[in-house]
Design a protein around this ligand. Sequence first.
Ligand code: KG4
Ligand code: ZN
Length: 359
Amino acid sequence: MDYTTQASAKFRALRDKESITILAIESSCDETACAITRGREVLANVISTQIDIHKLYGGVVPEIASRQHTLAIDSVVHQAFAQANMTVTDIDAVAVTYGAGLLGALLIGVSYAKAFAYANGLPLVAVNHIQGHIAAGYIAHPELVPPYIALVVSGGHTAILDVDDYTSFTVLGRTTDDACGEAFDKVARVLGLPYPGGPNVERLAAEGEVTIRFPRPFAGSEHLNFSYSGLKTAVINHVHGLKQKDEEINAADIAASFQFAALDMLIDNAVKAAKHKGLDTISVVGGVSANGYFRKKCADVAPNLKIRFLFPPKVLSTDNAAMIGAHAYYMIKAGKGLAGLELDANAALKMHEYYSSEK
Ligand code: KG4
Ligand code: ZN
């Protein structure tokens, strides 16, 4: 039997299997990650971060990211097998992030996963990175079931989604320009903080006070979209203005004021979406959901609003492969996402899209 026939027969058979063990690979940006999952359970979660290398350049250098993935991927996969105390014979399917992200970086994971699946006669499941972030909620919260609102806040995306089902989403609101994480990274740069910007802005903000009222675009409007470009520009102009006048720059207060504005806007809109849909759960995912101030603020307003905010542990907020495995499980159960050796990376994949080989 050829690979394609064998893999699709196995894929179909998995739908009825009680426990599905998945080897998942993630390489969309600057973390090379491999996990072994079984349903919502994580048996191994290995992440090799490239932060120290990109820090030298003040941000992610795409070509360096691809090279580092090439160097790290095989050892990350071996570490995952060792952590789970498993061998390839325990694996039912291979899952990989095929978009969105840096093209060269994605291609390393996609190529590795294709070779691994082909060599071992296993079905290959193509996973959308953003849908993977949403699945981090399933690992962290065994009680979480659709429908609910997902607030996705990462370095490339900022959106409010109605999660209708495990593999079906409606986008209710999104950024019209920059992503929230991207704004954190740019503000960090303006304030002279090293990469990665988000955690460093959070650290500095904790030492400051909210003293500046930065603009909130679309505040008071009916729709649920955001804009971060205006906020980012306001912070840049504020810093430049002080420099020109030779006035003291209180970086901690600027960081605190920016963080307040950036996160307030998100919480307001997500709550509006939940009320509008009659839902009481908001699952907050993506790199920015690692922010401690964000977590505290949601916890503070939750009782009054009668909303349950769920945050994953920080290691599942930022990029990892466990979330890719968890989402692949639901894709398999829904009979979606089976990819063949033709699978290509898609840098600009939209967040509600999923892979289908049928054209
Ligand atoms: O989800 P993620 O790891 O990668 C993407 O899919 O983009 O998100 C990375 C983003 C970066 O912009 C980073 O600065 C931001 O998440 N981030 C944070 C924090 N930790 C990571 N932003 C604010 N506070 C944090 N603690
Ligand atoms: Zn991500």
